[in-house]
Design a protein around this ligand. Structure first.
Ligand code: SF4
Length: 343
């Protein structure tokens, strides 16, 4: 990457000489892409996001991975392969170590921590991997930006303004998520071309809270278009990506302590939906082969459900999940929910 990165700062306005950085549409993409895009562009790069997951991408990812890894990581490999095929100069793969600063150690899942290593070693010959380290326990977010910006050859002044632009874009994105919109719909609206809110946020005979990691909520191929099927069955559908960390913390205070931040987010989201009365039922989606989520599922069953007794549908996804099966389960679940008196 060296030569092109070195030329980034002097290459303003010269599209051809910009470093082409690919961002795989998987895992942390659904949480931070608006920031990364604005930041990388501000540092002089051309940003290429892989397209929404399709069968070809999923097949490529499945072939590149061991069988028993989660579907989310298989999708990451598929998207990285697509970007390699597209001829990008480098691929941004974040290393999400910790996302909360606490007096005790906190972590994300081991696969999110090791994502750059998995791609580097699992896909020999792939373009250079650009790491973006998020380790909130040890270093602030801007530290990762500074180190990535320097690596791209950007001046401190330029890094600062790229960072500010990234923060603004991320704020707009998170504002959309707060409405209950799924991450893919919010990203589409952020990029323009779609104005009206998605139909599933409108009226429904019942309301359903859909709880899952952002990358499962935001990938209709991986989740078998569950949002569509729940809405078609008569539900207003609200995504768990709407909750802020403050809201999650409020719920987490009354729950067993957890060092896995994203799993705490899931548990807190189920609790919030159940306690608030905002929804009539909760659908909880996980990936087959996900160790952390299997434990959270058990905690939902044992800790939360007995307290609030709200109907709960558990769905485990993998690359073999059939859309017809998910649709039938979504319809049966919505059918048995008592209608709301007020929407
Ligand atoms: S949390 Fe679970 S689904 Fe997500 S990357 Fe880790 S193992 Fe996969």
């Amino acid at each position: 990457m060296g030569d092109r990165a070195d030329s980034v700062d002097s290459a303003e306005g010269k599209r051809d000489s910009r470093l082409r950085v690919g961002v795989p549409r998987a895992l942390a993409f659904y949480r931070h892409y608006p920031f990364w895009r604005a930041f990388l562009e501000g540092c002089g790069c051309e940003v290429i996001a892989s397209p929404p997951t399709d069968m070809g991408i999923m097949r490529a990812g499945t072939e590149a991975c061991v069988d028993d890894i989660c579907v989310a990581v298989k999708a990451l490999f598929g998207h990285a392969a697509w970007l390699a095929e597209a001829g990008v100069d480098a691929v941004l793969v974040p290393r999400m170590v910790s996302v909360e600063k606490k007096p005790y150690d906190t972590f994300t899942c081991p696969k999110l921590i090791a994502a750059p290593d998995m791609i580097r070693h699992g896909m020999p010959g792939s373009p250079e991997i650009l790491e973006f380290v998020v380790d909130a326990k040890r270093r602030p977010w801007w530290w990762g930006c500074l180190s990535l910006g320097r690596r791209l050859g950007a001046s401190p002044c330029r890094i600062w303004s790229a960072w500010k632009h990234g923060v603004d874009e991320q704020g707009r994105y998170e504002g959309m998520l707060r409405t209950g919109m799924m991450p893919d719909d919010a990203l589409r609206r952020l990029e323009g071309g779609v104005e009206e809110p998605p139909a599933y946020l409108g009226q429904g005979r019942v309301a359903v809270g859909l709880v899952a990691h952002h990358y499962l909520l935001g990938d209709p191929l991986v989740n078998n278009r569950i949002v569509r099927w729940l809405h078609a069955a008569g539900a207003r559908v609200v995504g768990s990506s709407k909750f802020t960390w403050c809201e999650i913390e409020e719920e987490a205070d009354a729950l067993p302590p957890l060092s896995w931040s994203y799993e705490k987010e899931l548990l807190g989201s189920v609790a919030r939906f159940m306690r608030s009365g905002e929804v009539d039922g909760v659908v909880y989606m996980t990936s087959f082969g996900c160790g952390p989520d299997s434990m959270i599922m058990e905690m939902v069953r044992r800790e939360l459900r007995p307290r609030w007794k709200l109907p709960l549908l558990e769905i485990v996804l993998d690359e073999h999940s059939a859309e017809a099966g998910i649709r039938t389960r979504a319809e049966a679940f919505v059918d048995r929910l008592p209608a709301r008196s007020v929407n």
